[in-house]
Design a protein around this ligand. Sequence first.
Ligand code: PEP
Length: 250
Amino acid sequence: MRRLLIAGNWKMHKTPSEARVWFRELKRLLPPLASEVALLPAFPILPYAREAFQDTQVAYGAQDVSAHREGAYTGEVSARMLADLGCRYTIVGHSERRKHHQETDALVREKLLRLLEEGITPILCVGEPLEVRERGEAVPYTLGQLAAALEGVDLQDPRQLVVAYEPVWAIGTGKNAAPLDAEEMHQAIRSALSKRYGEGFAARVRILYGGSVNPGNFASLLSMPNVDGGLVGGASLGLESFLALLRIAG
Ligand code: PEP
């Protein structure tokens, strides 16, 4: 019922020239897939993503967006610009932005709304820091982030939203969540979405797991019934490891 999504978050890695070569190689080596693939490179790479992947099975998008529609906001990139480049997805609320750029839940919600206005699907990142998990409060904390970002947000179609559960302590650390812990959180997220948007809607929204996904742990994470794919940082940068993840997802 839910098509798996494997999304590569490249963060601030690769130059546009490097990305262009990588895209060419990916196109050459990509097997036919039942799952959906998306690449989320830095802004200057997006025109090359369009050049490579327009009219292919590979989607692409950005890692962030401005909360403003247009205007005197030096350094910002609007949702309209991203839509013009053909972005299908864009991350909002990544923990690195929450941490290094002091992004609040209210700001994340504004960004999510800007994307929806332009028909871009937000990949909404939520997840708890280590001390919260150690206190046994991971589920209420993460559901709190979800509720704040979706407060008053009207969604009609489950394809309008992707949620990524990314425990902060698992991102870039080589320490992934145990599959059953991820499943517990994904179930809690789905049930919160069901209360907000109805059961039929929630049953079709994809909830990705993110945090040190690699070819060694992906199959066991994907074997969980509520894990619908991965938001992948480090392991999406190398062609070999990314292709290995795609083959595992199938
Ligand atoms: C991420 O950047 O969203 C991420 C999950 O990174 P990594 O896979 O490197 O932990």
